[in-house]
Structures are given as C-alpha cells and as structure tokens.
Design a protein around this ligand. Structure first.
Ligand SMILES: Nc1ncnc2c1ncn2[C@@H]1O[C@H](COP(=O)(O)OP(=O)(O)OP(=O)(O)O)[C@@H](O)[C@H]1O
Ligand SMILES: Cc1ncc(C[n+]2csc(CCOP(=O)(O)O)c2C)c(N)n1
Ligand SMILES: [Mg+2]
Length: 319
C-alpha cells in the first residue's frame, strides 16, 4: 500500500532549479527576476466536465498544465512555476505515473518547475496554478483594444470541439482530420512564443486565449475595452473540408477548448505580424476590425457585407 507521501515523492516531485525552495515544506519560495512582475492564473479540470473519464492519463497531464500556460501566453508572460492540486478516486500507480509523465513533459517543454501542490482522495479532478513573469507594466491585457484595430486569431480554432463531438458520437470524423482534432482536444499547445513575441515586439494592444469559444472570448476583449467589433466570416481560418460544415462553423465560433490567441493590433503592424507568423510557423488570421458601435457588440459579416445571425453561445458552466 503506497502512502500519500510516498505517492507525492515517487510521482510529483522533480528538481525545481527555478525555485528558491521547491516541494517539501509548507510553502514553496520563489522570486521574480529584477524588473519583472508575476502573472498568476488557476484552472480546474474535472472528470466529466473538462475531460472524458477514460481520457488517456498522459495526455491529461499535459493538458492540465497547457491550458493554464495558455492564460500566461495570452498576457505575454513567460511561464516559470506551477502548483498542482489533485483529487484521485483510488491509487492506481500506473495511471498516476502516466499522468505525471505527461505533466512533466509539458513542464519541460515550456520550462516550468512544479514547485508544490496537494494530493487528496476524492472524485477525479485537478486544479493547477501557473505563475509566470512579465516585465513590469508590460503584460498584454483584455482591456486595451483600440478603435480601428485589426482583430487576429492564431491557428485553427474549432478542431478541439470537433474532436470532442467525434468522441461523444455527435459526428464521425475520418482520417486525416481526426488526428489533429484529437490532438487539439487532448494535447493542446499553449501559444507561449506567440504571446511573448507579440509583447516583446509591441505588436498587440489586447489579447485573450480562446478557452470558452472564439466569439465568447473576443466578447471579453470588447467588454473589457468598451469597444465593438466586426468579424468577417470569409477571413476566418478555412474550415476543414471533410467535416460537417454547419458543425465545423459552430465549433470554430463557439466550441472552446482551443487555446489559440485572439488579439487586437494597429493596422500599421500588419506586415510585422505576418512576418511573426512566418517566424513562428503559425498561421495568424486577420479576421476583424474594432469599430465604434455599442460597447461589447459583435457583428458577424459575410463576404458581401451582409450580417450573419449569431446563434452560437460560448461555453458557460452555468449557462
Ligand atoms: N471563484 C473566483 N474567485 C475570484 N475570481 C475568480 C473566480 N472565478 C473566476 N475568477 C476570475 O474571473 C476571471 C475570468 O475567469 P475565467 O475562469 O473565465 O478565466 P478565463 O481565462 O477567461 O477562462 P479559462 O478559465 O477558461 O482560462 C479571471 O480573472 C478569474 O481569475
Ligand atoms: C467531457 C467534456 N465536456 C465538455 C468539454 C468542453 N469544455 C469543457 S470546459 C470548456 C471551457 C473552458 O472551461 P473553463 O472555463 O472551466 O476553463 C469546454 C470547451 C470537454 N472538453 N470535455
Ligand atoms: Mg483565459
């Protein structure tokens, strides 16, 4: 029988070169580098709500960290430390070993030290807190979009929600589309380099990551910045041709779980943003404009300039 403390020692504790004091005492000790401030965020992943209970534990470990690093990315912060609280229904050591393999693979990919946490018995759930650094006063925020900014989105939002629809039997995806959809859902990337470069190169005014859905999260920028926007359907990333087009559009606009970045930028920055997309080998789509209508208002337009009704709502745990 493995004790709580053996479990922690055997699976959750690895070297933490970026901490003054890592796991083992009542608190970890960290200090930001000179001239930097801390960015801190937390997200829960609950079985049945955020992931299917039979999800591969290695991918779940990766995703638990990645979705939090996505929030740091959205603010242009460099991820450095994380704490993991886990509630586990029973001690299955192979399951835990696979989970921590994925977790630490993500941690080493993004240069993060796991500096502490909490381990209890209970329903399968995780809560991760990620801490990053950003030069004082330089974080990208959701409340800084300006009139006449372009709106940009990275990558291909919608794939994760399509993958979930497939696993839940709401659609059938075939290869070669299935693989990227399942990867987006189960092993998402956080757009850390994009966030860092947008901030370092001074390219973005406002940014957010897409966790609840493109329209919903763009809505947070609009609300926060007290501006309105027009979004051009024809300028969004092309939909996968082999998926049901209605479902694919719905997933793109409101699926969530994408962890792409949406950002606003001055039109003079177009060439620099295109160069950044090439540098990162990550498509960046200029798909909208900040306009001066009622604060928070989002209008979707087709290629003829006609208004497209919005029926989609983003992910809302209580909606
Ligand atoms: N229980 C809470 N107490 C205090 N603040 C909260 C609480 N729940 C959410 N918040 C804050 O509300 C804001 C929006 O929360 P939300 O979880 O929607 O974050 P998000 O980045 O928009 O989405 P995601 O959680 O999918 O990353 C965040 O600043 C968050 O810290
Ligand atoms: C089994 C299962 N059901 C639904 C979803 C989709 N989903 C869950 S939470 C969320 C938004 C972000 O949540 P939060 O705001 O809590 O970070 C989304 C898109 C899933 N991945 N797995
Ligand atoms: Mg977020």
């Amino acid at each position: 029988m493995t004790s709580e403390f053996e479990l922690i020692r055997n699976h959750f504790v690895r070297p933490t070169p970026q901490a003054i004091l890592g796991p083992g005492d009542d608190c970890a000790l960290i200090a930001p580098a000179l001239g930097m401030q801390l960015a801190i965020t937390t997200d829960m992943l609950i079985a049945g709500t955020h992931f299917l209970p039979d999800t591969d534990p290695c991918q779940l470990g990766w995703k638990t960290l990645a979705v939090n690093l996505s929030d740091l990315a959205a603010m242009g912060a460099r991820p450095r430390w994380a704490l993991l609280a886990g509630s586990l229904p029973e001690v299955s050591e192979p399951w835990i070993a696979a989970f921590t393999d994925g977790l630490f693979a993500c941690a080493s990919y993004y240069g993060v030290d796991i500096i502490g946490g909490d381990t209890t018995r209970g329903p399968l759930a995780f809560c991760l807190t990620a801490i990053g650094e950003v030069p004082i006063g330089m974080a990208l925020r959701r409340d800084q979009a300006l009139l006449d900014d372009d709106l940009w989105v990275s990558g291909q939002p919608g794939l994760a929600a399509l993958g979930l629809a497939h696993l839940q039997g709401r659609t059938v995806l075939a290869e070669p589309l299935l693989k990227p959809c399942l990867a987006a859902l189960q092993r998402p990337l956080a757009r850390v380099e994009l966030g860092l470069e947008l901030r370092r190169r001074g390219l973005a005014h406002a940014a957010i990551d897409v966790s609840d859905g493109l329209l919903a999260d763009l809505g947070h920028i609009l609300q926060g910045s007290a501006v309105a926007a027009e979004l051009f359907v024809a300028q969004l990333p092309p939909l996968p041709t082999t998926a049901d087009p209605v479902l694919a559009r719905q997933c793109q606009l409101a699926g969530g779980d994408d962890y792409e970045l949406v950002f606003s930028a001055a039109p003079e920055k177009r060439a620099e943003i295109t160069a950044l997309a090439d540098h990162l080998a990550l498509p960046l789509w200029r798909c909208g404009l900040v306009v001066g209508a009622a604060p928070g208002q989002l209008t979707l337009l087709d290629d003829q300039g006609r208004v497209v009704p919005i029926n989609e709502k983003g992910y809302d745990h209580f909606g």
